[in-house]
Design a protein around this ligand. Sequence first.
Ligand code: 4AD
Ligand code: MG
Length: 473
Amino acid sequence: MDKLTVAQARLESAIGKIVLLQGWVRTRRDSKGGFSFLELNDGSCQGNVQVIAEAALPNYESEVKKLHTGCSVSVEGLVKASPAKGQATEVPATKITVHGWADADAYPIQKKGATFEFLRTISHLRPRTNTFGAIARVRNCVCKSIHDFFQEQGFLYVHTPIITASDCEGAGELFKVTTLDLAKAPLLPSPPGGEGSGVRGIDFHQDFFAKPAFLTVSGQLQAEIFACALGKVYTFGPTFRAENSNTPRHLAEFWMIEPEMAFYDLDDNMSLAEAFIKRIIKDALDRCPDDMKFFQERIDKEILARLDGILKSDFLRVPYTEAIDILQKSGQAFEFPVKWGMDLQTEHERFLTETHFKKPTILFDYPRAIKPFYMRVNDDGKTVRAMDVLVPGVGEIIGGSQREERFDVLEGNMKEKGLNLAHYQWYLDLRRYGTVPHSGFGLGLERTLLFLTGMANIRDVIPFPRTPGNAEF
Ligand code: 4AD
Ligand code: MG
């Protein structure tokens, strides 16, 4: 007897095998002829296996006829060709063992049409639905294809720290990491002027790391250390942002892929980003055809045509200044009025990529004032070699840049942005000793999944979403 997954048992090659299948009942249907059909799913694929349970089974009346959505079973039987449409095989059972019952009145996900909002309140059960099974499989496929893409091109996978003392993006969206008792935190000595003259800061010398420490917002700065020694590297891990934005595109904990390459300029960086996104799309279409078909049928009728179109065309490369001009001349009533120097909002990004250009667009050369200290300053002194990749349906999916490799310019930028230089001498050392032009970017994994699946809310493409006011489990 072979222990097969449902995915394996659905293949014609399984016909004639005696198998053991294990999973959860999706539905039971009783036939007038005195037998029952069970649809069995084990998460290995979108489809189920149809199990036929004859009345002759010793537990037919006592157990099989009481099975319903959510019950877990083992099924033994011989795989046969199925006469029914839409399935190559079926399994007449010789034995059915029930492992766990699921009270039909209480089990919360048996009805079709449960909203995603409702399913978010039961994220421990939602992986058992078709949609969340498909998302989990596509997410897994994307992660594999990310590693494949970089490994095939000789990139080194580097593990950057999760706990850090630096704020890479300089946006102050850091979660603190401390073992101090907040109610009794040791305070610094009173400021000059004596007791009561000012707020006393916390004495972090007495904290675990002897200084303020945070959850990382990006592994970039540490990836630069390795790129400036080993050439082409990437980091892929969780990142954390305490930004209080309750939008369908923001999470407080999300996964980011950050390649960093020595001797790459901004054009090289853009070409890599485009090839990378295309590879992820192609692998999802090739390796998860049933799940992608499911998204097309149930979530977004345009998704397959859109992804196909993207594979066939080149991404546009448009300077920020030109994009501002297009937005201003568009005649659109935007919630945030457009002017040069502003950070683009999702509404602007989506207008550009969905309505105006109708394809993925890489905006570059953003105003210096709205971008972090590490981006390379252009000769105009006003803009930096930044790039954002915008895609239809989502907006920004990648943010990156060529890095400032000139010591003096970098130091000037850091002073201008108010960084404490004493904390960043290690970063300046990379420019002090054997500096090289280099570039990199960050791809948001969950934004990528929104883009691939057509799902509307980022909370639905990560197993356990963390958002303001929500950190269950
Ligand atoms: O544009 P960001 O902030 O860039 C960086 O962090 C750079 N240090 C990356 C680099 O150059 N190595 O973030 C990169 C991407 C965004 O384009 C977006 O896809 C995703 O990370 N992202 C988020 N995804 C979900 N929730 C959030 N709060 C996100 N913030 C950024
Ligand atoms: Mg960004």
